[in-house]
Design a protein around this ligand. Structure first.
Ligand code: GUN
Length: 327
C-alpha cells in the first residue's frame, strides 16, 4: 500500500492561523511581536527564504523588518547591528540568515544574539536548554518535524527513531527533540557502517543529509514513517531519470515542471520509498512550510517570554518565565 502523504502545507497553515489569532490578541494588548531578519549579501536561495519569512510575518500580523548589509560587511559591523537589535525593545526575534560570507566569523555573530531573541535556537544557551529539557527557543526545522509527527498522531515515545545527518541546525536538535519525546534515538553520519541496515531499524526515519534521493527503499522498514528534511535542486537530466524515471503518470506534473524550468526540488528520500513507507513527507510541501510556521511560533514565544517576564537577559531568562512551558 502506498504511504500516507503528510501534508506539511496544511499543517503549517493550521499553525499560522492559530498564531495569527494569538498575535491579534497580543497586538490589542499593546504587545505586537517583532522580528528582525538580517540578510548579508545576495545569496539567491537565502533571498528566497528571507522573502518567505517576511511575507509570513506580515500574514500573521507580526511586525517585521529586513536588514541587508552588503556582502563586504565585516564581522564587527554585523556585531554592531546585532547589538542594536538586542537593545531595541520592539524587536522580539533576531534571525541572521545563513550562510554568512566566508570572511565573517559566523559563530561570533550567532553568539552575539541575545538568547531571549534567538528565534533560530542556535545560541549555545538555547542548545543547552534543549539538551537539559528546559523551555527555550528550539530550532525551527526540527521543531517542525515534531509538529508534523504530533499533528499526524504518529506516536514517538518508545519507538526507534533514526536521524541521518548530524548538523547543528537539523540533525542534532532533531535527535534531541525525539529523545526528549522518549524515542530511542540513533544518529547516523557519513562514517556510519551499513547505513541501510541501521535505517531499517527505524519506526521514524528522519533524513537530513543534503543528497538528492539518497534514501532508497532498502533503507526503509515497511510501514515506517519517513520525514524528509532534504531540499536539493536537481537540474541534471540523468539524475532526474534516476529519481523519477520517464513518462510515469504519477510523476507527470514534475516532469513537465522539470522540462519547463530545467530543475526541480527534491528531498533526500527517493520517490520509490512511497511504496514501502507507512507515511512520508513530500518535497516540496512537507517539512519546508513548517520551518517558517515554527519561526512565527518562536517569535510569539520570545515576545511572551521577554515581555511578560521581567525582561531580564542572559542565563535563565529564556526558560524561567516561559508561558509556553508545556513545549
Ligand atoms: N539557512 C538555511 N536554513 C536556515 C535557518 O533555519 N536559519 C537561518 N538563520 N539560516 C538558514
Amino acid at each position: 500500500m502506498a504511504a500516507k502523504i503528510l501534508d506539511g502545507t496544511k499543517i503549517a497553515s493550521d499553525i499560522r492561523s492559530e498564531i495569527a489569532t494569538e498575535v491579534k490578541a497580543m497586538a490589542a494588548a499593546g504587545m505586537r511581536p517583532g522580528l528582525a531578519v538580517v540578510l548579508v549579501g545576495h545569496n539567491p536561495a537565502s533571498e528566497i527564504y528571507v522573502r518567505g519569512k517576511v511575507k509570513a510575518s506580515e500574514e500573521v500580523g507580526i511586525y517585521s523588518e529586513q536588514h541587508t548589509p552588503p556582502e563586504t560587511a565585516t564581522t564587527n559591523e554585523l556585531l554592531a547591528l546585532v547589538e542594536d537589535l538586542n537593545r531595541r525593545d520592539e524587536i522580539d526575534g533576531i534571525l541572521v540568515q545563513l550562510p554568512l560570507p566566508s570572511h565573517v566569523d559566523a559563530k561570533r555573530i550567532l553568539m552575539a544574539v541575545d538568547p531571549a531573541k534567538d528565534v533560530d535556537g542556535f545560541h549555545p544557551v538555547n542548545v543547552g536548554f534543549l539538551s537539559t529539557q528546559r523551555p527555550g527557543l528550539v530550532p525551527c526545522t526540527p521543531a517542525g518535524v515534531i509538529e508534523i509527527l504530533s499533528r499526524s498522531n504518529i506516536p514517538i515515545a518508545g519507538r526507534e527513531a533514526v536521524v541521518v545527518g548530524r548538523s547543528d541546525i537539523v540533525g542534532k536538535p532533531a535527535a534531541m527533540l525525539l529523545l526528549n519525546a522518549n524515542a530511542t534515538v540513533t544518529v547516523c553520519h557519513s562514517k556510519t557502517h551499513d547505513l541501510p541496515a541501521v535505517c531499517r531499524r527505524a519506526d521514524i526515519l528522519v533524513a537530513a543529509i543534503g543528497r538528492a534521493g539518497m534514501i532508497t527503499r532498502d533503507f526503509v522498514k515497511p510501514g515506517a514513517t519517513v520525514i524528509d528534511v532534504g531540499m536539493n535542486k536537481v537540474s541534471d537530466a540523468a539524475e532526474f531519470q534516476r529519481l523519477f524515471g520517464s513518462g510515469l503518470e504519477k510523476h507527470a506534473q514534475r516532469e513537465a515542471t522539470f522540462r519547463k524550468k530545467g530543475s526541480t526540488l527534491v528531498g533526500d528520500v527517493h520517490p520509490e520509498v512511497a511504496e514501502v513507507a507507512g507515511a512520508l513527507t513530500p518535497v516540496p510541501g512537507g517539512v519546508g512550510p513548517l520551518t517558517i510556521a515554527m519561526l512565527m511560533y518562536n517569535t510569539v514565544k520570545a515576545a511572551k517570554m521577554r515581555r511578560q517576564g521581567s525582561g531580564a537577559r542572559g542565563e535563565g531568562s529564556v526558560g524561567a518565565r516561559s508561558v509556553l512551558a508545556e513545549r
